[in-house]
Structures are given as C-alpha cells and as structure tokens.
Design a binder for this molecule. Sequence first.
Ligand code: XLS
Ligand code: CA
Ligand code: CA
Length: 436
Amino acid sequence: MKEFFPGVSKIEYEGPGSKNPLSFKHYNPTEVVMGKTMADHFRFSVAYWHTLKNQCADPFGPGTMRRPWDEGSDPMEIAENTMRAAFEFFTKLGAGFYCFHDLDIAPEADTLEETNRRLDRITDLALALQNDTGVKLLWGTSNLFSNRRFMSGAGTNPSPAVFAYAAAQVKRALDATQKLAGEGYVFWGGREGYETLLNTDMGRELDHLARLLHMAVDYKKKIGFDCQFYIEPKPKEPTKHQYDFDASSCHAFLQKYDLMDHLKLNLEANHGTLAMHTFHHELEYAGANGILGSVDANRGDLMLGWDTDQFPVDLYDTTLAMYTILKYGGFTTGGLNFDAHVRRQSIDPEDLFHAHIGGMDAFARGLKAASRMIEDQVLETIIKDRYAGWDSELGRSIEDGTASLECMEQYTLENGEPEIKSGRQEYIENILNEYI
Ligand code: XLS
Ligand code: CA
Ligand code: CA
C-alpha cells in the first residue's frame, strides 16, 4: 500500500528536552492529569476538510498545495486515496478522532442518487479503516454551503425546494455518521444568514432553520442513533450576518424553539473572536448555561478581520480554555477538533504534522497549567471571596426571590452607603502568569 507521508513515523512523546521537531514535548497521551489521561482529556480530532482537502486558495489565487493523494482523474479513486492518507495521518499523529463533512469524503456528483452512492462507498472504506486503526469519528456534518443551490442558505433558503434538498442531505449525512459510530453531529449555519434585510424575511427564516433541526432530532430518534447534536456559532462569513452569531444568540434560539434538550454548542475559537468575544468568554457562557459540548480549536489573527483558522499556539488561550473546560467537567461526547489549516506557503505534507504537534503541545501545556490552578483553587478562592456577600442574609433573600424593591429600599435606608472593594485585576493577572 502506498505511503503518503514516507518521511514521518509515529509521533512519540519525547519530553521538553527533545530537539526532534517531529515529537511531542508536552503532550504525553498516557500521562494522567487530574485523574484522566491526557488523551482522554482532549479527545484530539483532525478536521478532514482542512488537513486533507484544503488547497489554501485565497481571493487572489488558486490553492498552492499539491498533495500526493490528490493525483489522478477519477474522483472516487482520489477520494479513496485521500481516505487512506487521512488514516495514515491520524495514526502517525496519534489523534484518536476525526471529523468530516459529507462532501469532504465523497465528492458531489450530478445527482443526489449518485452522490449518495459515493457516500455509501467511501464510508465502507472509512469503516474498515476505523476498525483497523481504532480511530473514531468525533462528529460528522453536511456541507450545505458550497454548491450554488445554497447561495441563499439551506434551512433558511427562501425556496422550500432548496430546504428539501438540504434536509435530504442532512438525512444521508446522519446515516453516514451513524454507520461510522460518530459520537456527535454538528450543524454549522454555513449560509444561514443574510446579505441584506431588504430581501429577507428574518422571522420566517429562523422558524425554518428550527424546523430543519427538529426534523433531524426526529430522524435521529427514528433510526435509534445515539449521538450528541451540536450547533456551531459564527457571527459572519460567508454571509454578512449569520443567525448563529455567538454562544448567547444560539442559546436564545435553542430556548425559543424548544431545542435545549437536543443540542449543545460546538465552539470555535476564531468564531468567538470574530464576534468580538474571547474564546474564554464563549466557553464560559456555554459552560454557565449547560450547553458546552465540543470545541473547534484554532486561532484568528488580531490584524485580520476574517476567519484565518490558524493552529492554536497561544498559551494564555489554551490555559484559559482548558481551565474552563475542566471547570465544567471536561468533555463527554465532545472533543478538541483542530479546525485549522496550515498557511498558504506551508506546502510540505510534513507541515501538517508540525501544525498539529504544535497545537497538541500548546493544549497540553494549557491543561497542565489549568490543572495546577484548579488544584490550588486560585481563581475559585478569589471569586468566592468576591461574591461572599451573596451568602449573607441580604444576598440570600435576593437570590431566592423573597426580597422586593421595598425590602431593598428598607435595607439601604438602614445601612447607608455600601462598602466597595478592589477587583484586583492586575494582582490576579500576575498570579495567572506564574502558572503559565
Ligand atoms: C467554518 C466552520 C465549519 C464547521 C463545520 O467556518 O468552522 O468548518 O466547523 O461545518
Ligand atoms: Ca468550525
Ligand atoms: Ca472557522
């Protein structure tokens, strides 16, 4: 069998002293941190669309990648070679999971019937390779945004016939995900948004998007498929305004349409920053509201206002992300999927390894720092102390709903000007630095 990464052998943990660039310096899959191995904490996943398929085109030129698995003229032969290259990559890297869109693995044909046949064929191969290697599917999804029929959205399209096409594709992508024992399924609102309100019935579009999700919930139940559904926020790009703007707008949507029991969030770092939030904010919002599900790990660029999908290397980000993930109990069905691609000039297949190794090591360092912070209860103590007043009689009467505006007036007249305390931000930032 052809080897697609002949210069790379299995990436091993060699520790911080190692000078071997193709080794882990911090990610040691079997090392136990807070009662769990690192591999189980992260459930690292490779994004098929970026690592295997992204040619890195930009608005000024076509892709620069020339991949050995892309050679040939038969689209299914290329698809099968790509799948083999994918599993060689996953196993050499030591990532336990992968994620795909239906059309990443099976190229779209002229008719839905033929596309479905291709999906059946390629998932046979994927299943065999999963069984051979033990690599698992973290989540599947459907590409409802590339084909021109979806230019005005999928679930939110003004045409019910386009809605039907999208729903048919979701059905088949769910079948494929079930066949491969996927642990989750993601709905990212590819073009579910608008370019101008001058031609858009926003209320109706949102109702339709919820209908699509309810159909998927019903179908999942019908076929007895036990996986976690996620919705993935993103504020803009490709549309000017995406409906699934950020964690809090997704939360409102799930509540309004009675979907809270069925979906959690898949949070992507770069989508958070596009919404002018930190990744930390998005994770904390989801955690505090019980909808933290899975993570698309990457980073944006402060100088650029778009979704650059770079590999995560910032230790502040990875520490605060892991701190928040640990604080809310860690991943169950979710995991850490590298929704990231190498830069356009990083054209060697080996660069794909350097990129993932860097991301995995950065998260391992983040996990170690975060676990020490949790063990020492640094932030817990500071926050607990800051909110201690809420455990007093006054605080409790407000929290339990027994207090009224009149009580508040009475209290204030009796007690006068409240004492105020420093937020001590700089002091806390200095402590954080000591852990990083
Ligand atoms: C695009 C999204 C997409 C989803 C899956 O920006 O990140 O890749 O994760 O459809
Ligand atoms: Ca993503
Ligand atoms: Ca992205």
